[in-house]
Design a protein around this ligand. Structure first.
Ligand code: PEP
Ligand code: MN
Length: 291
């Protein structure tokens, strides 16, 4: 392994062999005892879509099952003819719901010229799988004062993943959360293969929080709850899961998207597993304000 003095263990600012560095995302701490559960659509589609999710799962009017909202406004799509995201119009929609529901949000930044507007409003910036080795983007995110959710490349080795995080840290931003989201294989029954071993290895090799995206790993909603439980049992610090008020109508990734009811059920089902591994499903931090 190439040296990773900043994000690696047994060196740099954290020489403990077990302690995870915590990362603050809005009003939530990632990497502590409480799990960090992110839910939301693949892509921001409408105000009504986000409002329904926050009302059902958010802390203010919902049951507090998620600590942050996800939603892409810039979407990396395989085909240039597919929906590319709502862009800046989508940013206003997710920002509005996030503020009224005290629910921090994470959204993907695909290019350096999107950093300024996204970092002004988003609570966390996601680097998508296809950009994990976009080194100029990583360097630019090193200069930003917002946490970064770094997703593993489609076919990236663990060493390449860790070095991508080291790029961000070495350019000045230590607030990084790693995300295992499945890797390519020969089998196309699942969209990718969830690499649970990588979760364990990343927790041993780095002091960064590690979360799991079972949605893009599986590509099938029927597998998402069980993979989520496996991830938490393996020591993941949280999950990022696609859910939608009407999954069959989702513009992108409908097949892997959970209903809001299934999402709530999934989080409830994590409770005994979290307890067994010394973690906790977070209690809602309600600060009632007019919504
Ligand atoms: C996403 O989370 O919206 C996404 C596109 O995921 P990935 O980059 O892991 O494919
Ligand atoms: Mn998606």
């Amino acid at each position: 392994m190439k040296p990773a003095p900043l994000v690696g263990r047994n060196s740099g600012r954290n020489s403990s062999t077990t302690q995870t560095t915590t990362v603050q995302v809005g009003n939530t701490t990632v990497g502590g005892t409480d799990l960090f559960i992110v839910g939301g659509p693949c892509a921001v589609e409408s105000a009504a879509q986000l409002e329904a999710i926050a009302n059902h799962l958010g802390p203010n009017r919902g049951n507090g099952h998620i600590q942050a909202l996800r939603g892409g406004i810039y979407k990396p799509r395989t085909s240039p003819y597919d929906f590319q995201g709502m862009g800046q119009d989508g940013l206003s929609l997710i920002l509005n719901v996030s503020q009224r529901h005290q629910l921090p949000f994470v959204t993907e930044v695909m290019a350096i010229d999107q950093i300024e507007s996204l970092s002004a409003h988003a609570d966390m910036l996601q680097v998508g799988s296809r950009n994990m080795q976009n080194f100029d983007l990583l360097k630019a995110l090193g200069k930003v004062n917002k946490p970064v959710l770094l997703k593993r490349g489609l076919a990236a080795t663990i060493e390449e993943f860790i070095m991508a995080a080291e790029y961000i840290a070495s350019h000045g931003n230590p607030n990084i959360v790693l995300c295992e989201r499945g890797i390519r294989s020969f089998d196309n029954y699942t969209r990718n293969v969830l690499d649970i071993g990588a979760v364990v290895a990343l927790k041993q090799l780095t002091h960064l929080p590690v979360i799991v995206d079972p949605s893009h790993a599986a590509g099938r909603w029927e597998l998402v709850a069980s993979l989520s439980r496996a991830a938490i049992a393996a020591g993941a610090d949280g999950l990022i899961v696609e859910c939608h008020p009407d999954p069959d109508q989702a513009i992108s990734d409908a097949q892997q998207t959970l209903t809001l009811e299934a999402m709530a059920e999934l989080v409830e089902s994590l409770k005994p597993i979290a307890t067994a591994v010394g973690r906790r499903v977070a209690e809602p931090q309600r600060q009632l304000v007019a919504a």
